[in-house]
Design a protein around this ligand. Structure first.
Ligand code: HEM
Length: 134
């Protein structure tokens, strides 16, 4: 059970990273280009949010199951540090998305680009820490 969840959570990262890269590129193009905001921008934000929330859910289940089995408690990076980085990343993403909704059309792409760049950096640090890259 724990191994299956780890594989699902670990594998889903590629979708999450792909969604984040697409969002950053699209929003940067909008911000630095014509500054426009359209249906595709809204859809990218929605899909990236869902992909990230599924990653969060898998992480929470993994954490709870691992804690129940006494697996995650043994390692502070897995138990505390990685979840904290990721929770901050996801809160930043949701707060940013709420700001995008409220922003004027001319500022939506800029707000979204900044939101997803910061989210992506936080996710990259969280993944780098748990995979031992950093
Ligand atoms: C965007 C959010 C997240 C991403 C991209 C992410 C990514 C990853 C990756 C890539 C690994 C596997 C490392 C490896 O293969 O060695 C991992 C492991 C883990 N994640 Fe996450 N994670 C996220 C959120 C969370 C959250 C919110 C929690 C808990 C509340 C969590 C709990 C864990 C745990 C406990 C492991 C260790 C699994 C193990 O090797 O025993 N993750 N995560």
């Amino acid at each position: 059970m724990y191994n299956f969840l780890t594989m699902a959570h670990s594998g889903w990262r590629y979708l999450a990273l792909l969604a984040l890269v697409i969002a950053v590129v699209k929003y940067l193009m909008g911000w630095l280009g014509n500054g426009g905001w359209g249906k595709l921008d809204r859809q990218i934000g929605l899909i990236t949010g869902i992909v990230m929330d599924i990653q969060l859910l898998l992480g929470l289940i993994l954490w709870a199951v691992g804690a129940g089995m006494g697996i995650v408690g043994a390692n502070i990076t897995r138990t505390v540090e990685h979840p904290v980085w990721m929770l901050i990343a996801i809160v930043v993403m949701h707060v940013g998305q709420a700001r995008v909704k409220k922003a004027d059309d001319g500022n939506k792409a800029k707000t979204a680009a900044i939101t997803f760049i910061v989210t992506g950096l936080l996710v990259a640090v969280g993944v780098a820490r748990i995979t031992g890259v950093m």
